[in-house]
Design a protein around this ligand. Structure first.
Ligand code: AMP
Length: 212
């Protein structure tokens, strides 16, 4: 099974993808996580994409597609995409890639969260510097302030979760990613979930959608 999670930055895609991929034995593909890892390791790719990430702009489609294809070509598990595709060109590239593999996308799930809620969530988001687990200082804080419950490493505010960059990312989503809703809506396997509910409730809804 291959699944795409769509939604604003901060709509809960990463949180849901982590839960769902574990539950279903799928491979969680987060292009944002891939780029942040490369950046942390100071690889040539990391250096190439760093400026886009810190400015809240999209990495060019051609590069994103190259990186993904190189990583996924030998993967045999079902794929769960979080943060990809982000443009219609990326979606077309993904369709072509699946067709060449004799596969298809089984479900596209849109986590619907109002814009104001997204900005609030990103402001309160903390990310583990060790295992990338996501927290919210208001709704799901760690047991010990600024320390990851899972791996004990410190939590940090992502550079692109700063208010000025959040505003840019929201605008980039509206301009470049929102058109994907129309692209996939007509595909027959498009589903919508209320992403404004608490994470556990969203996870239940998403799991029910996937079972259908
Ligand atoms: P995310 O963690 O998904 O919010 O992604 C963080 C940043 O990585 C984005 O703001 C972009 O700069 C870059 N990025 C992640 N995924 C993509 C993608 N599919 N296309 C272009 N840029 C991306």
């Amino acid at each position: 099974m291959n699944i795409i999670l769509l939604g604003y930055p901060g709509s809960g895609k990463g949180t849901q993808a982590k839960v769902l991929s574990q539950k279903l034995g799928m491979f969680h593909v987060s292009t944002g996580d891939i780029f942040r890892e490369e950046l942390a390791k100071k690889t040539p790719l990391g250096q190439e994409v760093g400026g886009y990430l810190s400015a809240g702009r999209l990495v060019p489609d051609k590069l994103v597609l190259e990186v993904l294809k190189a990583r996924l070509n030998t993967e045999t598990r079902g794929l769960l995409f979080d943060g990809f595709p982000r443009t219609v060109d990326q979606a077309e590239g993904l369709d072509n890639w699946f067709t060449a593999r004799g596969q298809a996308i089984d479900a596209v799930i849109f986590l619907n969260v109002p814009e104001e809620e997204v900005a609030r969530r990103l402001g309160a988001r903390r990310t583990c510097t060790g295992c990338a687990r996501i927290y919210n200082t208001v709704t799901s804080p760690p047991a010990k302030e600024n320390v990851c419950d899972a791996c004990g490493k410190p939590l940090a505010v992502r550079e692109d979760d700063m208010p000025a960059v959040v505003a840019r990312r929201i605008q980039v989503y509206k301009d470049q990613t929102e058109p994907l809703l129309a692209y996939y809506r007509s595909s027959g396997n498009f589903y919508e979930a209320d992403g404004g509910l608490p994470p556990e409730a969203v996870a239940e809804k998403v799991a029910a959608l996937v079972k259908r």
